[in-house]
Design a protein around this ligand. Structure first.
Ligand SMILES: C[S@@+](CC[C@H](N)C(=O)[O-])C[C@H]1O[C@@H](n2cnc3c(N)ncnc32)[C@H](O)[C@@H]1O
Length: 222
């Protein structure tokens, strides 16, 4: 890799420091994180972290996105971060299969004042995407559901992105398991397939960022 500097590993202390020196998380998101942990303690790891949420809001705003789609909503943290970056007439199509988890999201969309922007589709996301009208387009997409489906979600979404549209894909380093040859579970294999496909895709330019357990940021070329 030569002598270029690699990204630092973030210690828990440094992580705390960077969160403290980023835009503060408001009460809505703090309460949502606390309630998710209380209701679903074994699932709290599925929720994106505070700095990723802030990053997603900023990026949505910077991209001037109006229409967004999310694959994998859970209790709503990332959807609120996306919706907050959209203008008041913006739209977010939120895709999930869990009535239980997204019932929490619905309550927090109301509290965050973004419920008018969000449409929730409770069905396998691939079906939802394939049933969209052919002319439906997005400026921002976030993929964060079943890892085995990432390649299919990508294949459905890239053609629907407007020029300069942004795709964000979560968990693309899988806590480093992508480079562990003994790791042959289907979610990690799904991520490896996705990463190989995405980097070779000439319709986009992209970077893999060490945010959370890996976040791919891609721009649809004009
Ligand atoms: C990692 S969680 C999403 C976390 C969420 N983005 C957040 O920040 O809180 C993954 C979600 O994907 C959903 N999911 C799993 N398989 C799915 C599928 N085939 N179609 C749609 N959603 C799916 C799960 O129900 C779960 O809520």
């Amino acid at each position: 890799m030569g002598v270029t500097r690699a990204t630092e590993t973030i210690s828990p202390e440094l992580h705390e420091y960077l969160v403290a020196h980023s835009a503060p998380v408001d009460d809505v998101l703090a309460d949502l994180a606390a309630e998710t942990e209380r209701l679903f303690p074994e699932r709290i790891g599925m929720q994106i972290g505070p700095e990723q949420g802030t990053f997603m809001t900023l990026l949505t705003r910077l991209a001037g996105a109006r229409d967004a789609v999310e694959i994998g909503t859970f209790t709503g943290y990332s959807s609120i971060c996306l919706a907050r970056g959209l203008p008041s007439d913006g739209t977010l199509l939120a895709c999930d299969i869990s009535e239980e988890w997204t019932s929490v999201a619905r309550r927090y969309w109301e509290r965050a004042g973004v419920a008018d922007k969000v449409t929730l589709k409770l069905a396998p996301a691939l079906e939802t995407l394939r049933m969209l009208p052919t002319e439906r387009r997005f400026d921002m997409a976030f993929i964060d559901a079943d890892k085995e489906g990432y390649v299919d979600y990508w294949d459905e979404l890239v053609p629907r992105m407007r020029p300069n549209g942004v795709l964000l894909v979560d968990n693309t380093l899988s806590n480093g398991r992508v480079i562990d040859p003994t790791e042959i579970s289907s979610p990690v294999e799904g991520i490896r397939d996705f990463n190989d496909r995405a980097v070779a895709d000439e319709r986009v330019e992209l970077v893999v960022l060490p945010i959370g357990d890996g976040l791919t940021l891609a721009r649809k070329k004009e």
